[in-house]
Design a binder for this molecule. Structure first.
Ligand code: NAD
Ligand code: MG
Length: 386
């Protein structure tokens, strides 16, 4: 029996996780859930799985949730960032799904690492911000890190069982998002609704915009670097609009191993939940005849400048990826609030990186300092534009 905490239970990944878990009541018990501000959904989830603890954003949200649950389930309601760390580190929990979006996921995911949990990592931002510190904590405390991001889960499945001997390159596939063929002029006028309408995947709004700018793939290159101990020069991005091949590993003998499946996050979630076993996920079987043509193309760095910015940030090292990530979060939020144009997202990130070129990050405090400084800088740059 695995005992689970799901951080970000109310999001897209959280909901898919609970769907897989509900198919296997003999294997999984939900001990704690977090939901920030989506209280109605979190209440439904608590009523369905009766966790011991639930965590929300603040005292008001906690009051609302408590009222909905009173007398119906055993769930104790807590709130705030410390409570997130607490449910990630509970002694009776062995597995933590890290599915909070953005930098807010870093501290609770680190708490899971420091208590030696099996971490199912969806929150790629924590590795982008603090990959060095994070991987050290995982190793020092004997935690198990399993990737949920579909590309990294695919790479994990195609890698050798130990290390990366014989591996020549990692090939991360990318759908190219909704604007792969949109004219560059038209990109100036795309709306948040258009950016969030991904052709193949149903995801949260922030990652949907990241997919449209291809910053998502940039963040994933940095994530792959840390997860698989592979330098940027040996990570390639391949555009594959059908999202059937989820990524590939090329070996020195010329073999290329690919992992395929329908684009549904329940596959990587089920894989990591049960690893090294295999369990049903609810995902329908892949019909290759129906998928028909699988297309592969090189990425267009002129159309997707965010991808170049991320490769450069990884090469620069230190605090630069943390600055990139924070500037991106601020720019994407401004775009979603219609305060910034779509193509200006990359401009704001580039200008923030130019303003803060050398930021050290040996320690966690330095990571958070770089993150905070980049947020203020990016916000100022956006304000100056309007
Ligand atoms: P989402 O927006 O649907 O859900 C985010 C979750 O985080 C929600 O439960 C929300 O309540 C919580 N949350 C938001 N802000 C918070 C804060 N400040 N403090 C605490 N909790 C907060 O996002 P998602 O699409 O489920 O993505 C979650 C993570 O998984 C992201 O890091 C994303 O990059 C990654 N990911 C998602 C997908 C996907 O298909 N959705 C695929 C690969 C990776
Ligand atoms: Mg991905």
């Amino acid at each position: 029996m695995r005992r689970l905490t799901i951080l970000g239970a109310t999001g897209s990944i959280g909901v898919s996780t609970l769907d897989v878990v509900a198919r296997h009541p003999d294997r999984f018990e939900v001990v704690a859930l977090s939901g920030h501000r989506q209280i109605d959904r979190l209440a439904e989830q608590c009523l369905a799985c009766n966790p011991r603890l639930a965590v929300v954003a603040d005292v008001e949200a906690a009051g609302v949730l408590q009222a909905k649950l009173a007398g119906r389930v055993r769930t104790e309601v807590m709130y705030g960032p410390e409570a997130l760390e607490l449910i990630a580190a509970l002694p009776e929990v062995d597995t933590v799904m890290a599915a909070i979006v953005g930098a807010a996921g870093l501290r609770p995911t680190l708490a899971a690492a420091r208590t030696g949990k099996r971490i199912l990592l969806a929150n790629k931002e924590s590795l982008v911000m603090a990959g060095g510190v994070f991987m050290q904590e995982v190793a020092a405390h004997g935690a198990t890190l399993l990737p949920i991001d579909s590309e990294h889960n695919a790479v994990f499945q195609c890698m050798p069982a130990q290390g990366n001997a014989g591996v020549r390159r990692i090939l991360l596939t990318a759908s190219g998002g909704p604007f792969r063929c949109t004219s560059l002029d038209a990109l100036d006028h795309v709306t948040p609704e258009q950016a969030c309408a991904h052709p193949n995947w149903d995801m949260g709004r922030k990652i949907s915009v990241d997919s449209a700018t291809m910053m998502n793939k940039g963040l994933e290159v940095i994530e792959a670097h840390w997860l698989f101990d592979t330098p940027a020069e040996r990570i390639d991005v391949v555009i594959h609009p059908q999202s059937i091949v989820h990524s590939m590993v090329e070996y020195v003998d010329g073999s290329v191993l690919a992992q395929m499946g329908n684009p549904d996050m329940r596959t990587p979630i089920a894989h990591a939940l049960a690893w090294p076993e295999r369990i049903e996920s609810g995902v329908s079987a892949l019909d290759l005849a129906l998928a028909a043509d699988l297309v592969f193309e090189r990425p267009d760095f002129a159309r997707f400048p965010c991808l170049r910015l991320a490769f450069d940030a990884l090469q620069a090292g230190g605090g630069t990826p943390a600055v990139l990530n924070a500037a991106n979060e601020i720019a994407v939020a401004a775009f979603l609030e219609r305060r910034l144009g779509f193509r200006a997202i990359a401009d704001v990130i580039a200008a923030t990186l130019d303003t803060l070129p050398h930021t050290p990050t040996g320690t966690l405090d330095e990571v958070f300092a770089a993150d905070a400084q980049a947020r203020v800088t990016a916000a100022r740059i956006i304000e100056a534009r309007t």
